[in-house]
Design a protein around this ligand. Sequence first.
Ligand SMILES: NC(=O)c1ccc[n+]([C@@H]2O[C@H](COP(=O)([O-])OP(=O)(O)OC[C@H]3O[C@@H](n4cnc5c(N)ncnc54)[C@H](OP(=O)(O)O)[C@@H]3O)[C@@H](O)[C@H]2O)c1
Length: 287
Amino acid sequence: MIRQLTIIGVGLIGGSLARALRAAGAVQEVVGCGRGLANLERALELGVIDRFSQDVGQAVVGADMVLVAVPPGAMEGVFRSMRGHLAQDAVITDVGSTKGSVVEDARRAFGAVPARFVPGHPIAGTESSGVEASFAELYRERRVILTPLPETDPQALARVSEMWRQCGATVTEMEVAHHDEVLAATSHLPHMLAFSLVDALARMKENDEIFRYAAGGFRDFTRIASSNPVMWRDICIANRQALGEMLKRFADELHDLADALNRGDGEQLLAIFERAKAARDRYVDRA
Ligand SMILES: NC(=O)c1ccc[n+]([C@@H]2O[C@H](COP(=O)([O-])OP(=O)(O)OC[C@H]3O[C@@H](n4cnc5c(N)ncnc54)[C@H](OP(=O)(O)O)[C@@H]3O)[C@@H](O)[C@H]2O)c1
């Protein structure tokens, strides 16, 4: 049982964790923290948190579990603000979509990565943001990746794993750099493609007409371009090395596709489409 969970950033991800732990009866008190008063007051009204503070230092006082759920670009500042206010037994964890950058943020802010800091990333989300978008079932039957370091305290790791399992998630562990490569391919690259496709079309003269006739496939493919731009700027910059490599591989693939198209090489197009269909049918839907 968590005695006091402090959530810095009571948005979709932080708010959903609070709701899920409450539904599981796994937390006694939830304290929220953020910059905007309206979101925190709404979180209180919705019963997601019990009280709040806009000051990170005050919010973490007395917490035995601290969840940092702010955009990646705000992590270091939040870590710095909690220095000197944490209880001896407090476990800190985060939900940032990139892990190398968060570990470096913690190292810079605390001088060394604290043994009771457990980096984490729930593979669950939607394109909506803010506490209003949060819901208790978000993590059910979803994966959560934890990326402990050699110096991570095993008891802290066990407590964070247990917290996510109580939300209905399956917890797996990965090395930090491997996490960032995998997520660059499966999440960060698709977001970049969706944003850039919609932007390219929106900047065409006939964009009104293009969007008027955009139906199922376009909607499916571009849904994630409605995600929070500030968050995704932060994620792309934070994981720029792994993402840059993925983007280059994909640009080469696009180049080959364009060549095949220009040559009228239907065989090559068919080979690419068939390989892609087989891979998606085999892995994605089953996952
Ligand atoms: N959305 C997804 O699909 C998804 C999935 C997995 C992981 N994540 C990760 O989860 C984290 C949160 O994402 P989210 O989707 O929950 O975003 P969100 O709904 O926009 O929530 C972020 C919250 O952080 C607060 N915040 C921003 N800067 C802050 C600061 N400097 N100090 C204190 N609070 C601050 C915001 O409130 P104020 O603006 O009022 O401060 C907001 O309530 C990110 O690190 C993201 O990488 C997201």
